[in-house]
Write a protein that binds this ligand. Structure first.
Ligand SMILES: Nc1ncnc2c1ncn2[C@@H]1O[C@H](COP(=O)(O)OP(=O)(O)OP(=O)(O)O)[C@@H](O)[C@H]1O
Length: 306
C-alpha cells in the first residue's frame, strides 16, 4: 500500500536555529503514528510543513498524494488538522463556527459537527470566547473530524482534556485506524502514545532518531545493569546487531539502554573480566525516549536508527 505521508530530507532553517535537520518519514495508511519529542524538538515545524502552512528550506514531502508546498489547500481539504493552539473565531458561537466550516465541505459535515458537540456536552449557543480551554479543544476536534478525513494530523491534541474525555478520544483514534483512516499525532505524553500508537517516532533536535512499531519498542530494547569491581573497568563492546543508546555510570554500576540484546551477549558480559553481576529487563518507552533524547546519544549516533 502507498504511504499516506512521505518526507524526504526535510530541513527547516530559521534565523537562529535549524528546526529540522533532514527528516525522512513514511507513514502507512490505517495506522496511528505518534511523533514523540521534547520541547523544541521540531514537531510543530514538521506538522506545519506537512499541512502546507510552512514551506521547508529544502527536501520534499507528499501528503495524501499531494505536495503541501504547491497545493496547501488541496492537502487541507483532505485532512483534519488540530494545531497545538487552535485559532477559532472568538466572536462566533459554537453553532456558527460549525456552520461556517461546513461551507467548505459536503452536507454531512453539519450533522456530524452537531452530533460531536452534543456528545461533548457543549452548548451550541455558547460564544467561543467564553469556552474553557478543554471545551475549545473539543470544538477544535469536532471541526477537524466532522468531514471524516482520511488523515487526521494533531499537535498535542489532548492537552486541556480531562482524563475521561482524553481516554474516550484516544480510543476513538484506534477505531479510526481500524477503519483504514490514518492518525498522526505529536505528543510529549508517553503514556497516551503507549495506549494508541502502532508506530512511534522519536524526534530530537530536528531529527528523527528512532522509528519503530510499538510492539518492537516493547520487545527489543533492554535496560541492562552491570556491577563491576572497578569503576574504571572497560567493558567489551557489544557485537552487532546490538546498538547502545545510552550509558550511565554511577559508582561501580553501569546502566545501559541497548537495542537488539540477545542472551549470548548477556553471557559474554557476565564472563568478562571484572564483572560481578549483570541484570537485564525490557526497557520502558520512557527509558528509550530519554536515551534517544540525551545529548550523548544525539551527538554519538552517526546514523539514524530505523
Ligand atoms: N517561526 C519561527 N521562527 C524562528 N524559530 C522558530 C520558528 N518556529 C519554530 N522555531 C524554532 O524551531 C525549533 C522547533 O520548534 P517547534 O515548535 O517545531 O518544536 P516542538 O517540538 O513543536 O516544541 P513543543 O513541544 O515545545 O511545542 C525551536 O527551537 C523553535 O524556537
Amino acid at each position: 500500500m502507498k504511504p499516506i505521508i512521505t518526507a524526504d530530507s526535510l530541513t527547516m532553517h530559521f534565523r537562529r536555529c535549524d528546526a529540522l535537520r533532514g527528516v525522512d518519514l513514511q507513514i502507512e495508511p490505517g495506522t496511528v503514528f505518534a511523533l514523540l519529542g521534547e520541547n523544541g524538538a521540531g514537531k510543530t515545524t514538521l506538522i506545519r510543513i506537512l499541512t502546507g502552512y510552512q514551506a521547508p528550506s529544502s527536501g520534499s514531502c507528499r501528503v495524501c498524494g499531494l505536495d503541501p508546498t504547491r497545493d496547501p489547500l488541496g492537502v487541507r481539504r483532505q485532512i483534519g488538522y488540530v494545531s497545538d493552539s487552535p485559532a477559532l473565531y472568538d466572536w462566533m458561537t459554537v453553532s456558527q463556527i460549525g456552520g461556517f466550516t461546513a461551507s467548505f465541505y459536503d452536507d454531512r459535515f453539519r450533522d456530524h459537527f452537531n452530533e460531536s458537540v452534543r456528545r461533548y456536552e457543549i452548548d451550541p449557543a455558547q460564544r467561543i470566547r467564553n469556552l474553557s480551554r478543554g471545551q475549545r479543544a473539543k470544538v477544535a476536534l469536532s471541526l477537524a473530524l466532522s468531514h471524516d478525513p482520511a488523515l487526521l494530523i494533531m499537535d498535542e491534541p489532548t492537552s486541556g482534556l480531562d482524563p475521561k474525555v482524553r481516554r474516550n478520544f484516544l480510543e476513538s483514534m484506534i477505531d479510526r485506524a481500524a477503519t483504514g483512516r490514518t492518525v498522526f499525532l505529536a505528543s510529549h505524553q508517553i503514556s497516551e502514545v503507549e495506549r494508541v500508537a502502532d508506530t512511534v517516532a522519536i524526534m530530537h533536535q530536528g531529527q528523527i532518531c528512532l522509528t519503530a512499531p510499538l510492539s518492537e519498542l516493547r520487545e527489543s530494547f533492554f535496560h541492562v545493569v552491570i556491577d563491576v569491581e572497578d569503576p574504571l573497568r572497560t567493558l567489551p563492546p557489544l557485537p552487532s546487531p546490538a546498538e547502545m543508546l545510552s550509558e550511565e555510570t554511577e559508582g561501580r554500576q553501569r546502566q545501559w539502554i541497548v537495542r537488539h540484546l540477545d542472551p549470548s551477549m548477556v553471557s559474554m558480559l557476565r564472563e568478562a573480566a571484572g564483572v560481578i553481576d549483570v541484570r537485564h529487563r525490557v526497557a520502558t518507552l520512557e527509558e528509550v525516549f530519554i536515551a534517544c533524547t540525551s545529548s550523548d546519544f544525539a551527538t554519538s549516533s552517526a546514523e539514524v536508527l530505523s
